[in-house]
Write a protein that binds this ligand. Sequence first.
Ligand code: GLN
Length: 392
Amino acid sequence: MPQLRERVGTFTDSVIRRMTRISNRYGAINLSQGFPDSDPPRPIMDALAKAAYEGPHQYSITYGAQNFRQALAEKQGRAIGRAIDPETEIVVTCGSTEAMMCAMMTVCNPGDKVMVFSPFYENYGADAILSGAEPIYIPQVPPEYDFDSTLIEDGFRQGAKAIVVCNPSNPCGKVFTREELLTIGRLTVQYDAYVITDEVYEHMVYVPYHHTCMAALPGMFDHTITCNSLSKTYSITGWRLGYLIGPAEVVENAKKVHDFLTVGAAAPLQEAATVGLRFDQSYYDDLRETYTRKRDYFLAGLDRAGLKHNVPQGTYFVMVDIQEFLDMPMFAGFTDLQFCEWMIEHVGVAAVPGSSFFREPVNHYIRFHFAREEAVLEEAIRRLCRMKEIVR
Ligand code: GLN
């Protein structure tokens, strides 16, 4: 067989999405791959029905339909505190997955270095490698998931072109403080590099924390590529609507990368989702309240099940420490992946093994998401409460 591209052999398929397939095979409650199980808001569904009959059905402008970009510019302009030019500062992509890949392909030459925090959403490692870059991992140390900024400076000294910041962070639920972002920003400007942010959980931040956009900090717009998506905010993960926002010189090149990768995101879906981008603040306040309830309910359930967990400041993910199970004779030699497979089969609840997020050899965490209806979470908790009896 002719040789394939070597770099692709250096990483595995997505463990997050693999867990969903395994969970489906056993009919388990899937708390692995994070996506909401609620319907999109009614006005968005109505707009989709209308688009089905009235169009558009053909290509939109490759970097995004005009009114979709206009609505995005207004919404995100408010978040960033600066007018965003929908013509020159936005590219609409197929999910933030494409936005992140597009950002890396726009910034990196082969051999360039990109800093990625560890634990990290698994796409970033693969994105860096596929775009020809070499990731440098910056540990975020549990249980607080703090980081040492001198390591970031070291990374820039080694010539890193960019640093990826997922804020709020998947999988650890950290919300970066303004001070932390200012530190990262200052180093980025000093070394004339870019911050590539992933802000898809921007509206899932719990009191007393709040989300700060990197691009909103003084002097940072010109050094920031913001990747974001509508998936989580409007419960439309299958629509694959994302975008990136950045300075015009970056966006000009990102438009080319995006055009040749995918041409564009689905036109009727952009049309329908524009309605959502125009929702007023009460929608986002309700969303935050809904997720606060789910978080509090699920964490209380984990406490009842006697499982040790962190308290996420944002996102709908929680990390659970499974060391006490791994120490039991019946799990001797188990990896966290094997533990998750066992849990799917014998407990009926799916999680993601933490090792798929960590660069370091950390393998005693699993990640649950709680973006599920309360009845589903209740049943998951009931099963998890039984887990200690099963293993006794
Ligand atoms: N961000 C989600 C997670 O971490 C999944 C997104 C995806 O699979 N594309 O579970």
